[in-house]
Design a protein around this ligand. Structure first.
Ligand code: FAD
Length: 396
């Protein structure tokens, strides 16, 4: 019996996936996202904002397609890299929204797959895949942002527990999250990078409190997070004690890839917005300068999307499946691109763009939020330092 050629199998997979998506992705879930409520983050207190959002999430979760490439044993879809690419392409073709957004998917999951014990993988990954637990990131501290390794939140080993004391800041959605992945200092005598450990704990643990940080926009996506003698089971240490910096850096490469990818996120195309605002002349946008800017943006966005694909594909052919310092390049360019998109949208909208509504729905709020992209996950200056040192090999 002759075996099917890999390309034939992939074509077959594409054919089936396309049919399944067409049948199962509700039309409302193919509309461009307008605001934060269009994203489903999961978690113990999660609420769907519409019936189509619930249907879409449940159908995708049932197939493991919230995390298509994770192994099925951990709640994933078990797809190969090529199959996952086909799924992404077919979702993009139909303009399907992501069914679930979470720091568990984009940050913690990859780190656990690589550094977690089998018990930790089995405990946490399926709950991430099914959107049952929402995670937040406990990295930054009031005295440790760009210089993250200076962090001072301490964890002392006492019997079967660590006792955690200290404070984290800029914890995105710290008040909505169920669990936190947290960097703690477990050795104050060692060199700063060598005394850090990576632990997981429930935000409901006694001694964890959060205070919201209200922004100029009126929006409060952050908390300062306090730990007062929080008991964390020693089993919740990921990897070895004092070896957390390696895990922290690996997780950051995934965070940076994710933030860089925001530059390719599916939002309303600029030319549609422009058509409504400036109108058409002879079938083309009436404003030729704007036409050029939008065309240039669209070409750069397409080139960047292809670059992301290429870097990811290269990473997966290398041992260890790492994008390493290239994630800094993706983050830097992707966030600049996203800022450009928001700037262009503002200039297209003219004075209407200045209308400010509370929350993330208005163009002005979106424009302000894109500024944050070049700070979160490590600032642009830090990414440029990494690119200079590790990719361009420039002297320090
Ligand atoms: C939208 C958003 C979401 C965030 N979410 C989280 C979260 O969920 N969890 C979390 O832990 N943190 C989070 N952060 C915090 C973020 O990681 C830090 O803000 C970031 O690392 C910068 O640290 P900092 O604010 O202390 O600035 P600083 O480190 O004080 O930097 C101030 C300025 O100095 C520059 N600078 C500092 N060092 C250097 C250097 N060596 N070379 C050149 N320039 C330098 C920086 O680029 C920056 O412009 C978030 C931030 C934002 C904006």
């Amino acid at each position: 019996m002759t075996q099917a050629h890999p390309n034939d199998r992939l074509d077959q997979f594409r054919h089936e996936t396309r049919a399944w998506l067409e049948q199962n992705c509700p039309p409302q879930m193919r509309e461009p996202m307008v605001n934060e409520a269009d994203l489903f983050w999961g978690g113990r207190r999660a609420q769907f904002t519409s019936e189509p959002q619930r249907e879409w999430f449940e159908r995708m979760a049932q197939r493991g397609w919230t995390v298509p490439e994770w192994p099925t044993a951990y709640g994933g879809g078990g797809l190969s890299r090529d199959e996952a690419r086909v799924l992404r392409e077919e979702m993009a073709r139909l303009k399907c929204r992501s069914p679930l957004i979470s720091f568990g998917i984009s940050m913690l999951g990859p780190a656990l797959l690589r550094y977690g014990s089998e018990a930790q993988k089995l405990e946490h990954l399926p709950k991430i895949a099914r959107g049952e637990i929402r995670w937040c990131q406990g990295y930054s501290e009031p005295g440790a942002g760009s210089d993250l390794a200076s962090l001072r939140t301490r964890a002392e080993a006492v019997g079967e527990h660590f006792i955690v004391n200290g404070s984290k800041i800029w914890t995105s959605y710290g008040d909505k999250a169920d669990w936190i992945f947290c960097l703690v200092r477990t050795d104050f005598a060692a060199k700063k990078h060598d005394g850090i450990s990576f632990v997981l704990f429930d935000m409901q643990s006694p001694g964890v409190t959060t205070t919201t940080i209200r922004l100029i926009s009126g929006y409060s996506p952050f908390t300062q997070t306090f730990f007062d003698n929080v008991q964390v089971p020693r089993d919740n240490l990921v990897g070895e004690i004092n070896q957390g910096w390696t895990i922290a850096k690996y997780l950051l490469t995934h965070e940076r890839n994710m933030i860089g990818g925001m530059g390719t996120q599916r939002t309303r195309p600029l030319h549609e917005l422009a058509r409504e605002t400036v109108g058409l002349a002879n079938g083309r946008l009436a404003d030729s300068a704007l036409r050029t800017d939008i065309a240039r943006f669209d070409m750069d966005a397409l080139a960047f999307a292809l670059t992301m694909e290429r870097v990811q594909a290269q990473a997966q052919t290398q041992a260890g499946n790492e994008t390493g310092a290239l994630s800094s390049m993706l983050k830097y360019y992707g966030t600049e691109l996203n800022k450009r998109r928001a700037e262009l949208a503002m200039s297209i909208a003219g004075s209407d763009g200045l209308k400010f509504t509370d929350g993330a729905a208005s163009l002005a709020a979106t424009w302000l939020r894109t500024r944050g992209n070049s700070i979160e996950g490590g600032t642009s200056e830090i990414q440029l330092n990494i690119i200079a040192r590790q990719i361009l090999k420039l002297p320090t």
